[in-house]
Unconditional design. Structure first.
Length: 103
């Protein structure tokens, strides 16, 4: 797992043809606004989160975010534990995101 600043995360994602964005917030938070093309997997739904995490392609690079960076850091560690080696946490979360947001 790597903690990336907003700038590092956005730049790395932009240049990554193998990147997938994962939003680990709740359904309600996701509906309030999310980063374009994000796949939502709610970390608070523990068993379902782990089930979906195990189904992810371990060859891809995952860019993970939440509201402020705490849940996504935890999610990155869980992804690592199920064999996903490239998980990148967005420090500061969507709260500090200056890029596009879909509402």
């Amino acid at each position: 797992m790597a903690d990336l600043t907003q700038e590092e995360w956005a730049e790395q994602l932009k240049n990554d043809d193998n990147g997938v964005i994962i939003d680990v917030r709740t359904d309600a938070e996701f509906e309030e606004g999310h980063i374009p093309d994000a796949k939502q997997i709610d970390i608070y739904n523990g068993a379902e989160f782990l089930k979906q995490a195990k189904e992810l392609d371990p060859e891809k690079n995952y860019y993970v975010y939440c509201r402020s960076g705490g849940r996504s850091a935890q999610a990155c560690m869980l992804l690592n534990s199920v064999g996903v080696t490239n998980a990148y946490n967005l420090k500061g979360g969507i709260t500090e995101w200056e890029g596009e947001i879909v509402e």
